[in-house]
Ligand binder design. Structure first.
Ligand SMILES: [Zn+2]
Length: 274
């Protein structure tokens, strides 16, 4: 079992309305099939339709229907012109140190959603991220492709081990979780509640892992840029421009200029927690 992080009050999971409704539908379908056996195909059909709906919603990273999900900063920080730049999938031995230098040049603090086993592999870089005033949050232990197909035990293992890896290496426990590729299922929310983690997705992403065009990535991130935005970039497995340069290194200075030019100020996600 993973130890409860620094809280004396056990948080209780409350299912989102869609999950309560889904549970009620299962009970109603079972009762209907028991009372009227010839109705079982309809009852089964209702349950299958419900599962298809829940699966479809799990493929929608910015949805809050499966549980609490930050897609923007809270209103107070948003009105004060704060934005959060989040950088996923690292640390990377070559790219992350260069990202840190670019951030220092602009005096910007950001949030890194790191993969637990990479934090174990590159502990000096993880500690350097925290030493320079940025935050490391939980992006699972291994970043497996079938993350959204895991059950409660698999999810607890992936997230709990990353929590232990990051805390052991940096001395600071993550407060946020982001699902690999943003994909999830109804089992995730109770696991996050138990580990005292807040799910975070994003307001806008630039698709920098697949685009070879830094201008297009920057355009997607800065269109309608405003207070409260959570922006997503990657340093772990970055896309590269035609000359082989990681896209993030090319657009980060321009993004930081656009943020300050709009009168906005980058903050870490955790500094916006109540
Ligand atoms: Zn990722």
């Amino acid at each position: 079992m993973t130890a409860m992080p620094n809280t004396l009050v056990q948080k209780h999971w409350r299912p989102a309305p869609l999950i309560s409704g889904s549970a009620a539908l299962h009970l109603a379908a079972i009762a209907a099939a028991a009372l009227r056996p010839h109705a079982w195909p309809w009852a089964l059909g209702a349950i299958v339709a419900d599962h298809l709906l829940l699966t479809a919603i799990g493929l929608w990273p910015r949805s809050s229907l499966l549980g609490s999900n930050w897609t923007r900063l809270p209103d107070g920080e948003a009105s004060r012109g704060a934005v959060a730049i989040t950088i996923d999938d690292g640390p990377h031995p070559d790219i992350t140190p260069r990202v840190l230098d670019l951030l220092d040049e602009h005096g910007a603090k950001v949030t890194f959603f790191c993969v637990g086993e990479k934090v174990r592999r590159y502990p000096e870089i993880a500690r350097e991220i925290v030493h320079r005033g940025h935050a490391i949050e939980n992006h699972s232990q291994r970043h497996v492709h079938n993350f959204s197909l895991l059950g409660p035990r698999g999810l607890t293992d992936e997230i709990g081990r990353a929590q232990e890896s990051i805390t052991a290496v940096t001395g600071v426990a993550p407060r946020f979780f982001r699902a690999p590729a943003g994909l999830r299922n109804p089992f995730l929310d109770p696991v996050l509640t138990r580990l005292d983690l807040q799910l975070a997705s994003w307001t806008r992403r630039g698709f920098d892992t697949v685009s070879r065009d830094p201008g297009a990535v920057l355009g997607k991130l800065t269109r309608h840029l405003g207070g409260g935005d959570i922006l997503l970039l990657h340093d772990g497995q970055p896309g590269r421009n035609p000359s082989g340069q990681p896209v993030i290194l090319e657009i980060l200075p321009r993004l930081l200029d656009a943020v300050s030019g709009a009168g906005l100020r980058p903050i870490t996600l955790r500094s916006a927690l109540p």
